[in-house]
Design a protein. Structure first.
Ligand code: GAL
Length: 426
């Protein structure tokens, strides 16, 4: 036996001994669920491009595991607002689905890991070779104490300004790249009787707020909001809130009753000029049969050129999953090249994996891939990356009050208090 082979075999034997010694939580070492079983997968992907993406991945699953029943337990409502409440009730009642959609970052670590609700997946990562194909930046956001807790299926971008190219052209308006240019553009549109901004229900306002914080403060100071190095009580944050208050004045007055799809549709239908939404909107526009650069155009939200505000959907294995073997089969598909290549072009996201075939993706998503690999990356608030659930809820509650009373000082005071009670500003 040559030396290299001997060294390799020794490493493999040591690794398998180490795996055996770890025990527990080790669904990866089990055989594939060839002999039946069922897996209940919980998400909020029920419509508007999202369900179609999920269906595409379920199709791959059904082909690979024809004997495993797939139970699609999706609860409607963008950003998981409803679904996460239902999930929390189920987890509290000891009735977990086998696997669910969570966000990489503080949502995952601060809620599900902290609550002991999900299993570590290190063995699955080793068995599937995922450490070699998942982005290095993502692993720390889904790990704690050396354990990896989820399988990321995608990378979404939050800071996208969608626009109607025809409306901008007809009104002589350039695509804005700064907050001031955006205000000037929206003034022109408003004066011409065009609806400048399409906005939806409460969570989409939180989404808008995070992009305005980023666009006003810049990437470094925005990051500082989440680690305590940017003062929430500062003049800069006040300017950001003032900007946000001003942006709201350009929005439709029936926002509270519109879903994100309703608001995005106003732009592609020619009823509004701009909408700020994550790039799941790209999946929706494809589903609507709309054409990139004709029916819709895109740019980084004003002030955030060169910055990619990201989030990542990832699937977990429940502690006490009714069928851990079938759940592991699902996770294998979620982490696979085939699963991600089926899911992402339809969903409007790029693969979490680094080895997907770029030619499968449309024009918008190819531009997102280029930006993801070249831009400065920061995390989303609304979609779980930068703040734990209690902090996000406090911010969201303060926002709800602000939307109704418009008082900037009260809002800023509440944001300062939220960072002290639930964030790093002790
Ligand atoms: C996000 C999720 C996306 C998309 C969006 C709208 O939280 O990460 O995948 O579903 O909500 O529902």
């Amino acid at each position: 036996m040559n030396k290299k082979l001997f060294a390799l075999l020794s490493t493999l034997i040591l690794a398998s001994l180490a795996l055996a010694a770890c025990g527990g939580g080790g669904a990866a070492t089990q055989a594939p669920a060839a002999g039946g079983g069922k897996v209940e997968v919980f998400s909020w992907w029920t419509g508007g491009g999202e369900a179609a993406g999920l269906e595409a991945m379920i199709k791959v699953f059904n082909e690979k595991y024809p004997d495993v029943e797939f139970i699609n337990a999706a609860v409607a409502g963008g950003a998981g607002t409803n679904a996460r409440a239902v999930l929390a009730t189920r987890l509290q009642a000891g009735d977990p689905p086998d696997s669910w959609q969570g966000h990489a970052g503080q949502e995952l670590i601060g809620t599900y890991v902290a609550g002991g609700q999900i299993e570590p997946l290190n063995e699955l990562y080793e068995a599937e070779g995922w450490l070699a194909v998942m982005p290095e930046t993502l692993i720390p956001l889904i790990s704690q104490d050396g354990n990896i807790y989820s399988v990321p299926v995608n990378i979404h971008r939050a800071n996208v300004l969608w626009y109607n190219p025809g409306i901008l052209e007809a009104n002589g308006v350039e695509v804005p790249s700064t907050m001031d240019e955006w205000f000037a553009a929206m003034d022109t549109l408003k004066a011409a009787g065009v609806q400048p901004l399409a906005l939806g229900e409460q969570w989409t306002k939180l989404h808008l707020l995070e992009t305005v914080l980023l666009g006003t403060l810049g990437a470094d100071a925005y990051n500082g909001l989440w680690d305590g190095s940017t003062d929430w009580g500062s003049a800069e944050v006040k300017t950001a809130i003032d900007n946000f208050a001003k942006v709201l004045t350009y929005a439709n007055t029936d926002s509270a009753s519109l879903s994100w799809q309703d608001a995005a549709q106003l732009v592609v239908n020619g009823d509004a000029a701009f909408n700020v939404m994550g790039d799941w909107a790209a999946g929706y526009f494809i589903e609507l049969g709309k054409t990139a650069n004709t029916d819709y155009g895109w740019a980084p939200t004003p002030g955030s050129v060169g910055v990619f505000q990201f989030l990542s959907d990832s699937f977990v294995l429940a502690v006490g999953a009714p069928d851990p073997e079938a759940a592991t089969s699902w996770l294998k598909i979620a982490g696979s090249k085939e699963g991600q290549e089926a899911f992402n072009p339809v969903k409007g996201s790029i693969c979490a994996r680094t080895d997907c075939d770029k030619t499968l993706f449309g024009e918008y998503l190819q531009s997102a891939m280029a930006d993801w690999s070249s831009n400065k990356v920061v995390g989303s608030l609304t979609h779980g990356v930068v703040a734990n659930d209690s902090w996000k809820t406090e911010i969201d509650t303060a926002l709800g009050l602000f939307v109704s009373d418009g008082n900037v000082d009260t809002f800023q005071t509440a944001l300062v208090a939220a960072c002290t009670s639930s964030g790093p500003c002790k």
